[in-house]
Design a protein around this ligand. Structure first.
Ligand SMILES: [Zn+2]
Length: 299
């Protein structure tokens, strides 16, 4: 007879302790000063999901697929033109299926000096995929992005920031420089796996600094935009202002099919203008920030 599975309140200490210790935040990697003595680092990122949100769910909705296509037709050109005008390099996290659907789009991203990072195969939810399949999908995604863009990705943002028991092991196998999917700090830190420092830099995310949570909508679920664009701007600006005060990192996650609408793109434009008013801000790609803090910490 197999042992009956214990409920959480019945777990012995080693059970709950082992769960917590699997992936932990290790040393804080916030440097005393950022590159060239900058006071604050700003990392803009765009998760280029396009049609994969619908495909991931196994959906057949032509309408929702067309929403994804908006991200390619309108969203990405609007973002890339703005980045060029402002002379800012950003990071784009791209499911391999997106890169296969729009190889020219991703080649433009690289050609204009931005970074392309891993974002799953088809935006699968890692904790819902068997470990062997998850590993194979990450490896295949890295090869696919490299084949499409000519550049091997060095960072991963897990789809939906969903991080399984094996995700970190696969990131180590891939020799990644950084991850940007976890929440344990405002500033960069080193990921620790079962007590062992991994040398992988975490550039932490937060739902607060993500456009999708304020604006997304689904006709057939109880999901509706609930925050006015002015309020979203205010939240992002306050996140930056305090990061600036503390000399930390301001990392913002956006989506081509969310932030770029005519009534919303101003949020990003005005935020960039506000940030540029402050002296000593280093705008950088995630890979540049991770490499910098790692070198400063001597790891
Ligand atoms: Zn995504």
């Amino acid at each position: 007879m197999p042992e009956p599975e214990l409920l959480p309140w019945q777990w012995p200490e080693e059970t709950w302790r082992a769960k917590v210790e699997r992936v932990r935040a290790g040393r804080n990697l916030k440097p005393s000063a950022w590159k060239d003595g900058a006071r604050c680092a700003v990392a803009l990122s765009f998760d280029v999901d396009h049609e994969t949100n619908e495909l991931r769910d196994g959906g057949n909705s032509v309408g929702r697929l067309s929403w994804g296509q908006y991200g390619n037709r309108v969203g990405m050109p609007r973002i890339l033109d703005l980045m060029k005008k402002e002379d800012i390099k950003a990071s784009f996290f791209v499911p391999a299926v997106t890169a296969l659907l729009y190889p020219d789009e991703q080649r433009r991203v690289i050609a204009e000096g931005h970074e392309v990072g891993l974002h799953g195969w088809i935006h699968e939810v890692n904790t819902a995929v068997p470990p062997d399949a998850e590993r194979e999908l990450h490896l295949r995604s890295a090869d696919t992005l490299e084949k499409v863009t000519g550049v091997r990705p060095v960072g991963m943002r897990t789809p939906s920031w969903d991080f399984s028991e094996v995700t970190l092991a696969v990131e180590r196998e891939l020799g990644l420089l950084y991850d940007s999917s976890l929440f344990a700090d405002d500033d960069p830190y080193e990921l620790v796996e079962k007590g062992e420092p991994t040398g992988i830099v975490e550039l932490p995310v937060e739902w607060i600094r993500d456009d999708a949570v304020y604006f997304n909508m689904n006709r057939f679920q109880a999901l509706r935009p609930y925050t006015a664009p002015e309020a979203v701007f205010d939240i992002f600006r306050r996140e930056f202002d305090r990061a600036y005060e503390e000399g930390g990192l301001f990392l913002l996650t956006m989506h081509p099919h969310v932030i770029t609408y005519r009534s919303r793109i101003w949020i990003l434009e005005k935020l960039i203008a506000h940030i540029k008013e402050m002296p000593g801000v280093w705008f950088a790609r995630h890979d540049e920030i991770a490499a910098f803090v790692k070198a400063e910490a001597g790891i």
